[in-house]
Design a protein. Structure first.
Length: 277
């Protein structure tokens, strides 16, 4: 996975509409920095977007309650009219790039099997050459004449297909059950990672490698995010002491838990509880 230069982690975007097509003829691409917090909460968009995470951490949830962690190299898709949520963590700072189409292009790509609406989050990884090409596409689209827009539409579709194709090449070992691995770490936040590997019948090194390839981040990072999600739910839905919540999540003392919560959420647990209520 390539490191993305800082000058590509910036605000740089273009939206265009082909003549006489209205919202159905939208096309766009861009790069964006975002502050921590909700990007959208159970909201639906009027067009399709494919968003590649360049920096930062967060998660995506669909209307059915399924959740996927997001990190550098994750690609999440916003399908036209489909409810979803995206949360951006405080640290590290978030940067993304994206490709945007009107609904007819999404429908066409879905009918060809290029887009799978049952799999909104993919892990193609970061290809610096592809990211640079998308940056150049933003500049070119912004300067394009009206008659040139169909060519840019085709160009952006090609870039999207390149991203989706990378996901297939980056598939994990076929025998690795990523769903079961995620459930193990989500259901028991105190579970030792080596015990999780043993439960899956894998050496620890192979477990880590396959988990990262399938999910987009290491099992330790994934477990931390699930712990923070559960912590937020407990803080909001109960009056348990911070020390009790820390113990339930597997932390030896509440100070370690508090420091981690503050680092990733931006507030101490007690302050977050007051603000959320």
């Amino acid at each position: 996975m390539s490191d993305i230069p800082s000058h590509l982690c910036a605000n740089h975007r273009s939206f265009r509409t082909m003549a006489g097509t209205g919202d159905r003829g939208l096309l766009g691409c861009g790069f964006m920095l975002k502050p921590p917090g909700w990007d959208c909460q159970q909201a639906a968009r009027s067009a399709y977007s494919a968003v590649l995470v360049l920096r930062g951490q967060g998660w995506y949830a669909d209307a059915a309650g399924r959740r996927w962690p997001l990190g550098p190299g994750s690609l999440f898709q916003r399908f036209t009219g489909v409810l979803h949520s995206v949360w951006v963590e405080r640290n590290p700072a978030w940067a993304e790039c994206w490709i945007h189409f009107g609904a007819p292009v999404e429908d066409m790509l879905a009918s060809l099997g290029a887009i799978d609406r049952d799999q909104p989050v993919l892990t193609p990884g970061l290809d610096l050459a592809l990211v640079r090409e998308l940056w150049r596409s933003v500049t070119a689209l912004d300067a394009a004449q009206e008659r040139q827009l169909p060519a840019h539409l085709v160009r952006l579709q090609g870039l999207l297909l390149s991203l989706l194709g990378r996901e297939r090449r980056a598939a994990p070992t076929a025998s690795f059950d990523s769903d079961r691995a995620c459930r193990l770490l989500a259901d028991d936040p105190r579970l030792d990672l080596r015990l999780a590997a043993r439960e899956l019948g894998l050496p620890y090194g192979a477990f880590r490698k396959n988990f990262r390839r399938a999910v987009g981040l290491g099992p330790g990072e994934y477990r931390l995010r699930r712990r923070l999600e559960r912590a937020r739910a407990e803080l909001l839905g109960s009056d348990k002491p911070i020390s009790a919540i820390a113990a339930e999540l597997g932390y030896a003392n509440p100070f370690t838990f508090t420091n981690l919560f503050r680092k990733h959420v931006g507030l101490a647990p007690s302050a977050w509880r007051r603000g959320a209520r």
